[in-house]
Write a protein that binds this ligand. Sequence first.
Ligand SMILES: Nc1ncnc2c1ncn2[C@@H]1O[C@H](COP(=O)(O)OP(=O)(O)OP(=O)(O)O)[C@@H](O)[C@H]1O
Length: 707
Amino acid sequence: METKDDTDRGATTVPRMTTSSANLVMVALRRSPSCAHNKRFVVCDRSYVPSRSIIRRASSSTSTTTDRNGGGNNENDASDSSPPSRPSPEPSPSSPSIDLPSGDDDKGFIMRRLYEIAKPERTLILASAGTLAVTSSITLLLPYACGQVLDAAILEATTGGGGDEGFSPLAVSLGLFGLTGTAGLGVYARSLMLNVAGNRIVSRIRRRLFASILSQDSAFFDANKSGDLISRLANDSWYVRSAVTTEAVSGLRGVVMSAGSTSLLFYTSPTLAMISLLSIPPVFLMARVVGRRLKERQNSVQKLHGKATDIAEEVFGGMKTVQSFNAQGLEYDRYATAVTAAHDKEVDVGKIKAAFDGVVHVAANGAVLLVMGYGGTLVLAGELSAGDLTGFLMYSLLMAGNVSSLSGTYTEVMKSIAAAGRLFEIIDRVPKIPSSFQNTGDFGSLDGIRLDPFVRGKHKGSISIKFDGIRFAYPARSDALVLGPDFSLDIDAGENIALVGGSGSGKSTISLLLTRLYNLDSGRILLNGQDIADIDPAIVRGQVGVVSQEPLLFSGSIYDNIRYGRPSASDAEILDAARAAHVTHFTDALPRGLETQVGSRGTQLSGGQKQRVAIARVMLKDPPICVLDEATSALDARSEYHINQALHAMTKGRTVISIAHRLSTIREADRIAVLKGGRIVETGTFDELIRLKSTFHRLVEQQLTNS
Ligand SMILES: Nc1ncnc2c1ncn2[C@@H]1O[C@H](COP(=O)(O)OP(=O)(O)OP(=O)(O)O)[C@@H](O)[C@H]1O
């Protein structure tokens, strides 16, 4: 009897391609009515029109939104052969993950999507299924041959050699062994092909999911924890792999073998065949009930695993804080509770599966025993030969084994469907802020991924900024207005404006809105008079460089992190930026210089060093608008002086928003805007605002008192 195929795990790296959209920048920022095309967007003055292919695909998506911020202008799947559509649930801030509607429609939808995913590997999968013709035929031949050999041997023994001339059971066995060797080769080929197809599929799913996650808006990441997303990438995609490869072929083998052995049972003895099939209806009935329950519970299992992964991820990222608070015990309990809940739920799933397996086993083997009892009676009555009964019993066992294996396949497929549902709810999610970073959506050509965030073309002149009647609350805290109801501020092209205000007044939020990381509740942000809601966000972000309070570096070298600002920069340009941002001041003393590794999230550098690398990164990007969010907060007085010189040189001729508490930074500004209660309450030069003796005066007094 054949064994279940299995394949090894594997992963593939994501290929990345870049294309230039520099020409779009000029068009996007020009005031005169004009349009330009890139692959996903048609950028027109004051209009943001989805390209034809997007319109075509969007019409197949029932979840497309039409808000003015562009939520409806984009969708994830750019496949020419659009996958089947279904409503794409939007995660709400309070309930980040979405339960899939259970039911046959949903199951059918997921199965069709799984088919889409597996399609590029159809040759391998079909070829591996094709090996079934050889392996199953040989396996089905064996019981028949055994029956014939047994009858011939009995005849030989009872007639004292009067049977077939030269009959040799050993020779027949050797001949059959040759056939079994051929079947072994078929099993080998099948296992190998499924392994290759499975790994390609899981790699494709992971790339597709990762690309989809990268396209999502900031509100999505506020609502969905990274651990849950990682769990979907790692675990759910793995479950899906088996459904479309190993289990699909295993199911097909089960069907072929069950059908083949059933036919041969009927051929040998219709009455006995009817008896042996008695077990099938109850197994089918139970499978339906079990399948539905398994799918629901597996969904919960995966969610709980996501929560546990989230805790682990958070703890590993903040290990120093955990240790300094001696909170290992606390974190252990948190993780243990989450992981135990996940495993308890998994045990629940296991109980259902175990009960099903048990019933199937009893039903299948019970049928064999019935056949043995009734068939033995027929042999005694001389109505059936011993050889025929032997062959029959072997076919019954074969059928019982395959029905059992089919039940296992069924439960695995149900789990995979639950996992696939969790993948598709993200893959199909239409980001609220359209992203031109999309993969092609065609599962067969993911290598066409474009990483537009790295495509940098810059507007040559400086850019004016207008915040016009803005109202904004974070989607995760929609009842707490941060800016507005009517936040307005005009910043001239090339102006250096300092934004001051109390902690939590919304200063950093302004830079997030300027780079369109969130949609506004109402109002507009205009760059050179053009609403950023009408421009591809990648182009908007290309014009703005932000050095934030807590810059994030990525694992790799200092050199790699600076190059992040402009991947196409030459070594000389990277070195210039490193010098200008005083990075070389500390790297010159390090054995590996700029090649020094920074560790995950840059944890192997000091706060001041990280900030200098982040400044060099923006210097290399060289954007027309700079937002310096407490850019020098982590530097000592000497470094701050040098960095300020460098920033001064860098910001010349550019529009600069300095979010600052320090008087030294504020004094540098052409103008100061004071933010309070969600609006600008004062603007003017340092001296003008001091003379006003109002909010700014009080802020400065407070700072002087505290210093
Ligand atoms: N992702 C988020 N989801 C919900 N609320 C947020 C989010 N980020 C910030 N907030 C809230 O928005 C308000 C403004 O935050 P913001 O970071 O803009 O303040 P800030 O003026 O820069 O403060 P500080 O000077 O202390 O850095 C705060 O009340 C903060 O708690």
